[in-house]
Design a protein around this ligand. Sequence first.
Ligand code: 4NP
Length: 167
Amino acid sequence: MTQAPPPRTPGRYRIALVCLGNICRSPMADVVLAARVADAGLDDRVEVVSAGTGDWHVGEPMDRRAAALLTAHGYDASRHRAQQVLATWLAEHDLVLAMDHDNLRDLRDLGETDPARVRLFRDFDPDEPGGEVPDPYFGGDAGFRTVLTMVERTSDAVVAAVAGVLG
Ligand code: 4NP
């Protein structure tokens, strides 16, 4: 199992999730991971945010296909508004988790990065560690369902890893 690095501030944990547009993959991961954190009773100690490396969709809600799927599965997708990742996030978050290798490369271009903290989200996937979350934006509904399945099982593993280092 992939280990989570220790928190920078004892007893608190900050996680940033990053994709390209911040309207499909990282918002889905954000909503699911935040729900799992709350289920684990850790929502007063673990912060989850998401952003895109690009700025095209800043201020927009989630892609309606992503939102519809999340809603059908009992999640609240209504509060998301897209934002662009800031270079300062690299030092402020305990984990900065990229959805694919392009996103990870773009994060590394923003500044100095610690590979234990700035890495692929699916490094924590118990089924296929180190895979990418494929971009569903230009595809059909099946792509969004694939993303949700990956994000749910990986979020469970992230929560377990973070709970382990929070103590
Ligand atoms: P995301 O998907 O990175 O999962 O939010 C995309 C959203 C928008 C675009 C590309 C990917 N776009 O080119 O606008």
